[in-house]
Design a protein. Structure first.
Length: 117
């Protein structure tokens, strides 16, 4: 890879990273629902897909302040870092999964014992 390509990739990565952070701080990103439903490959109808995406967008708008900024940034990056158009349903699912991981109850039996040598 040439130095020009390396510099260009560095610039693109820093710009994209700052956009992801800004979106995570300011609220849910803006996705093109029509493009998401066109490229989803889902078995549901375009009308149902659009309804699901709009419902997820509305829920994200309400819940956004409750999500950790680090989780939001990571989920935005995961959602937008693929070939298909990004969608609100996928973003919401990612954020809910991150939230569930944090709320795992402590093991009622405590930590596993260690074996002394």
């Amino acid at each position: 890879m040439s130095i020009k390509h390396t510099i260009l990739l560095s610039i693109c990565a820093s710009v994209l990273g700052s956009q992801i952070t800004a979106a995570a701080e300011g609220g849910p990103p803006k996705f093109d629902i029509a493009a998401t439903c066109r490229g989803s490959g889902s078995v549901e109808t375009p009308v149902k897909c659009t309804q699901d995406e709009q419902a997820a967008r509305d829920q994200l708008a309400k819940l956004w302040p409750q999500f950790k900024q680090s989780d939001a940034s990571r989920c935005i990056q995961v959602t937008t870092n693929r070939a298909a158009a990004a969608g609100y349903v996928e973003l919401l699912t990612c954020l809910q999964g991150a939230n569930m991981d944090e709320k795992k109850p402590a093991d009622p039996f405590g930590p596993l014992p260690s074996i002394a040598r």
